[in-house]
Ligand binder design. Structure first.
Ligand code: NAD
Ligand code: DAU
Length: 331
């Protein structure tokens, strides 16, 4: 099977590529990635002999057409992915997330290629802390940030291309991922690397916001499950029942580092900050038989801390510029 992975040098895409090479020897993997600030070829170093890497833009129609014509399945991870950046400059989000997905859809339409579109639970907006409901496949779209609005737009394009042109596409909407090789701008790696540096974690607002954490390997096994057993045209939600407040996560990290539970720096809140995400993944579990393997978040955090301690050479180059960006917004 020839697999084209867009965004395969990013956090989740590179994990997908590494596990695909390790566990699916029949797959021939090509990665298309623009290597923005968020892409890092060294995340693919362990599989460089087994993967064809193409540096390019998912919105480049000629390049995308050529690569899609030589693929059996396209797995679309490429995106601008960070909410805080979308509040400073939304334009690359519109170009990559909306125009890039449109470009890919036109190519898979021409070539009849199977597509899996990787999306986010943020398209559904947020929930009250005490809402007994969680997001399901039928929850209405209500995105809050420029990032989530562009991901919602891309999902709607996929749905329209399925219905109007019959493209063979599935969509997954997943909750917050954690694990190795995640960029230091994101919450968990930022706090881990701040603690390694001997500084205090930075928590937005009062830290009461809740995220539904899932290990990146569980996300990617779910993506393969949907590619192999999902029904074209359908949407599947991916989540591992990992709801935690940001304060709870930070206190777990402080305990791992042997630091006091109150050594926290509260900083400016994010504009429009979503309060809570929560996924009901019943459909994926009952219809397709997927189950998460990493259900102990404290253990997952501890092994993620070990990875960042052992791989300083990987994250160090991005740390200073990332903190300079945060300093400009008082975060
Ligand atoms: P990331 O920012 O770590 O990686 C994105 C990758 O896309 C990078 O390698 C970057 O170079 C590449 N890229 C950006 N613009 C491109 C372009 N125009 N052309 C080609 N490549 C381009 O993101 P991530 O956290 O790995 O997220 C991957 C996907 O999963 C995204 O679609 C995101 O919306 C989705 N998602 C992420 C999470 C999460 O918690 N991180 C949860 C659910 C869904
Ligand atoms: O829910 C899925 C989404 O999860 C993905 O679609 C996004 O690509 C991914 O970035 C993530 O979005 P969030 O905005 O939830 O993740 P982030 O890591 O930026 O922040 C997680 C929470 O932590 C959020 O409530 C903001 C807060 N936060 C973040 C940072 C960077 C802090 O309190 N301090 C921080 O320093």
């Amino acid at each position: 099977m020839r697999v084209l992975v867009t965004g395969g040098a990013g956090f989740i895409g590179s994990s997908f590529v590494r596990s695909t090479v390790a566990r699916r020897p029949d797959a021939q993997v090509t990665v298309l990635d623009a290597l923005t600030y968020a892409g890092d070829l060294s995340s693919l170093a362990s599989v460089s002999d087994d993967v064809t890497f193409v540096r390019g833009d998912v919105a480049d129609a000629d390049l995308v057409d050529d690569l899609v014509s030589r693929a059996d399945v396209v797995v679309h991870f490429a995106a601008e992915s960070h909410n805080d950046n979308s509040l400073v400059d939304p334009s690359p989000f519109v170009r990559t997330n909306v125009v890039g997905t449109f470009t890919l859809l036109e190519a898979v339409r021409r070539h009849g290629t199977r597509l899996h579109h990787v999306s986010t639970d943020e398209v559904y907006g947020d929930l009250a802390l005490d809402d007994p409901n969680r997001f399901t496949e039928t929850t209405a779209y209500e995105p809050s940030s420029p990032y989530s609005a562009t991901k919602a737009s891309s999902d709607l394009l996929v749905r329209a291309w399925v219905r109007s042109f019959g493209v063979h596409a599935t969509i997954s909407n997943c909750s917050n991922n954690y694990g190795p090789f995640q960029h230091v701008e994101k919450f968990i790696p930022r706090q881990i690397t701040e603690l390694i540096e001997g500084r205090a974690p930075r928590v937005y607002g009062a830290g009461l916001n809740v995220r539904d954490w899932i290990h990146v390997d569980d996300h990617n096994e779910a993506v393969w499950t949907i590619i192999e057993r999902g029904t074209p045209g359908e949407t599947y939600l991916i989540g591992a029942d990992g709801e935690r407040s940001n304060l709870d996560v930070v206190r777990d990290l402080l305990a791992i580092f042997g630091r006091g539970a109150d050594e926290i720096e509260f900083v400016a809140d994010r504009a429009g900050h979503d309060l809570r995400y929560a996924i009901d993944s019943t459909r994926l579990r009952t219809e397709l038989g997927w189950e998460p393997r990493f259900t102990d978040l404290a253990a997952g955090l501890a092994s993620t801390v070990d990875w960042y301690r052992a791989n300083e050479a990987w994250w160090r180059p991005a740390k200073v510029s990332t903190e300079e960006r945060y300093a400009r917004t008082g975060q």
